[in-house]
Design a binder for this molecule. Structure first.
Ligand code: ADP
Ligand code: MG
Length: 361
């Protein structure tokens, strides 16, 4: 069984959202839809759930059309056996935990319904909270109830739209770990919308990278994060330095690149090209007060501290070394280095931390 999507949905004045992909419904797997805010992720999920209607194309599950533009076929949400959980899940405020979970089980025989509610309460770790109403629950507990409600009717698939976005970090991380186990135990495939890299890497089996309304790259999350295939993908995936460079030479699996009068060594992806984007993550850059003569890091760039921006436990440092280079270091390291604006500094980068995207001539 597979969910087959090939549709588009345009909003006046907005981008045209296009979705073309398949999801295996026979076994557990999490497909991550990853992209910047406004690129169309929610629109795709709403069309899958039947909450919104595409303008053209088709959606089918196991060969049964849910939507088919030419023949005007349309299956309403309740006919699709799809569960969904949104960022701020709208639980019924006047119903307690049991009542909320029972909502999706209308039409079930009373005994089976009670059994299923008990089972979902156990699976989602909600024991002891059965009689509480949403206002008497924490944000994490509310999302557990929303998950229990969505999963109770045994959907063929679960749609998750940034379900952890309103939770604090420890609660989000805990629920994220549990969610994967629960879905795996139930054998329920899921589609997860996020723009959080850790979430994509820890939960996803497959990643669809979206930009401006369409899917631009797909693969395992680790693969896509390591090997973006365009400048835009690299920027979306958190490569904070993306430079246009010229190839100067190649030797023993390394590429010699030139940018802003500075030379960079990078691992060679192979193929014929004269120009390439060199993409570097902030985490891949280390900083030293005095450049050491011998290190395993192939790139030593002398520069000056151009900006220091604290980001909680991390600090983003921009170094002007012929081009603007961004380093992401711990605040501890930043204190040890006693960094100040204008200070001379050495930036070190492994050749393998420079991802090369060839520019076609
Ligand atoms: P994302 O979930 O990736 O942030 P959305 O799918 O919510 O993106 O939105 C994609 C685009 O479609 C945005 O430009 C948004 O403003 C527009 N859009 C979404 N829903 C509507 C709507 N009901 N009417 C008009 N424009 C909409
Ligand atoms: Mg959205």
């Amino acid at each position: 069984m597979a969910l087959h999507c090939d549709f588009s949905r345009a909003f006046p004045g907005g981008p045209r959202v296009e979705a073309a992909f398949d999801v295996d419904l026979d076994r557990f797997g999490v497909t991550v839809l990853f992209g910047a805010s406004g690129c169309g992720k929610t629109t795709i999920l709403r069309c899958l759930a039947g909450l919104d209607r595409p303008d053209s194309g088709r959606i089918s599950a196991d060969g049964t059309p849910w939507f088919d533009a030419p023949s005007r076929r349309w299956v309403p949400p309740q006919g699709r056996q799809v569960g969904y959980v949104f960022q701020e899940s709208a639980l019924f405020p006047h119903l307690d935990v049991r009542g909320n979970i029972a909502f999706g089980l209308r039409g079930w025989a009373a005994r089976e319904r009670q059994e299923r509610i008990r089972e979902m309460i156990r699976i989602m770790g909600l024991e002891g909270m059965e009689r509480r109403r949403p206002l008497e629950l924490s944000g994490g507990e509310r999302q557990r109830v929303a998950l229990a409600r969505a999963l109770a009717p045994r959907p063929q698939m679960l749609l998750l739209d940034e379900p952890f976005a309103s939770l604090d970090r420890p609660a989000a991380e805990r629920l994220r770990r549990e969610l994967r186990h629960v879905l795996q135990a139930l054998g329920t495939p899921a589609m997860l919308v996020t723009h959080n890299r850790d979430e994509a890497l820890s939960l996803g089996d497959r990643l669809l990278l979206m930009r401006e309304g369409s899917i631009r790259q797909s693969g395992s999350p680790a693969e896509v994060f390591a090997r973006p295939d365009s400048r835009e993908a690299a920027e979306l995936l958190g490569f904070s330095t993306v430079l246009r460079t010229r190839v100067q030479g190649r030797r023993e699996g390394l590429l010699r690149l030139q940018a802003g009068g500075v030379e960079l060594l990078a691992s060679d992806p192979g193929g014929e090209f004269q120009e390439a984007y060199a993409c570097i993550r902030g985490e891949g850059v280390s900083l030293e007060r005095h450049g050491s003569a011998v290190t395993t890091q192939r790139n030593h760039l002398a520069g000056r501290v151009a900006a220091i921006q604290p980001l909680g436990p991390l600090v983003r440092v921009r170094v002007d070394c012929g081009f603007p280079l961004e380093a992401l270091i711990t605040s501890w390291a930043c204190e040890d280095l006693a960094l100040a604006l204008g200070d001379p500094i050495h930036a070190l980068i492994k050749a393998t931390a420079v991802v090369v995207i060839p520019i076609e001539a």
